[in-house]
Ligand binder design. Structure first.
Ligand code: AMP
Ligand code: FE
Ligand code: FE
Ligand code: ZN
Length: 285
């Protein structure tokens, strides 16, 4: 069987729509040989994914950390670091993740308050119910806007008149260098998720990526639906210059997005290097 390796997938532990058990079964059904569970700011889906892992599917336990770069004066840039195979019991990193989740909840409540102040008939209880104990994000608020009949799809809810700008409250994310050191100290491997996804907002400079490489960044996610072919080529060239690995992955979110499991893949040699670089927890399978 040829390798099909998808290293970026979300479950209901954050803003995906499949439970961790459904996610690993869907991964196997989609013909994946390796899949990573990478929920936003949480390891809450790991145990269920592990218990439900189908024979023949290798499971990589990970998370996607919400980070911020303060390097551009007066205009911080948000970015995501994928963290793989770190020790979830390492207290410093676990504390950082817990604070990120608490901040997500407070910020979600503020967004709901702002919407309610403008007469939008949704409630924090409803949104928290959609998150069901996992990391709360804007896709859960989008669900309430769809239920209230104000938008038809999650993508529409991210338009600038809704959660994209007008009702956007920034999160208090982790300093990206602090996050990277935390991942490494917990035995994990860090990959910069969708680093050139310009449609999500401003993207960081090559200089920042170079500085992160100096601090032990493992790789850059190049093949991702939010990157154009030109952006993918730029990332590959930068990775080559800096000696970084290059990954590809779906960033699957169930029905919150249209992308399918396995839509983008990572090369087996890169996956083997990633596994060798980790000391936190083993791959399963
Ligand atoms: P948050 O983490 O609460 O700031 O919400 C950002 C999340 O919303 C991302 O991780 C994506 O999963 C999702 N998202 C962002 N933009 C879109 C979009 N245009 N359509 C659907 N989901 C989106
Ligand atoms: Fe997401
Ligand atoms: Fe992301
Ligand atoms: Zn993601």
């Amino acid at each position: 069987m040829s390798a099909r390796i998808d290293l970026h997938c979300h479950s209901t532990a954050s803003d995906g729509t499949l439970t961790p058990a459904q996610l690993v079964r869907a991964g196997a059904a989609a013909g994946l040989t390796v899949m990573a569970i990478t929920d936003h700011d949480t390891t809450g889906g790991w145990a269920e994914a592990e218990a439900a892992r189908p024979t023949g599917l290798t499971l990589v336990r990970g998370a996607e950390l919400s980070c911020i770069w303060h390097g551009a004066p007066g205009w911080p840039i948000a970015l995501h670091l994928l963290a793989y195979l770190f020790d979830p019991a390492e207290p410093v990193l676990a504390g950082k993740l817990a604070r990120l989740r608490e901040n997500r909840a407070r910020r979600g409540e503020r967004i709901v308050d702002n919407l309610r102040a403008d007469g939008v008939p949704i409630s924090w209880d409803e949104v928290a119910g959609y998150a069901a104990g996992g990391s709360v994000g804007r896709p859960h608020i989008a669900q309430a806007l769809i239920r209230a009949g104000l938008v038809a799809t999650t993508a529409e809810a991210f338009a600038s008149e809704w959660l994209g700008a007008r009702y956007l409250v920034p999160k208090e994310d982790l300093d990206v260098f602090d996050a990277l050191r935390g991942i490494r100290a917990a035995g994990g491997v860090a990959v910069f998720a969708h680093p050139r996804a310009s449609k999500r907002g401003r993207v960081v400079s090559d200089e920042l990526i170079e500085a992160l490489a100096d601090e032990g960044l493992f790789g850059l996610e190049a093949d991702h639906e939010d990157h154009s072919p030109a952006e993918r080529a730029q990332i590959r060239a930068l990775a080559e210059r800096l000696g970084l690995a290059v990954t590809g992955s779906s960033d699957f979110h169930g029905t919150h997005k249209t992308v399918a499991l396995g839509a983008f893949l990572t090369a087996p040699e890169t996956f083997e290097k990633l596994v060798s670089a980790a000391t936190g927890v083993p791959v399963l399978g």
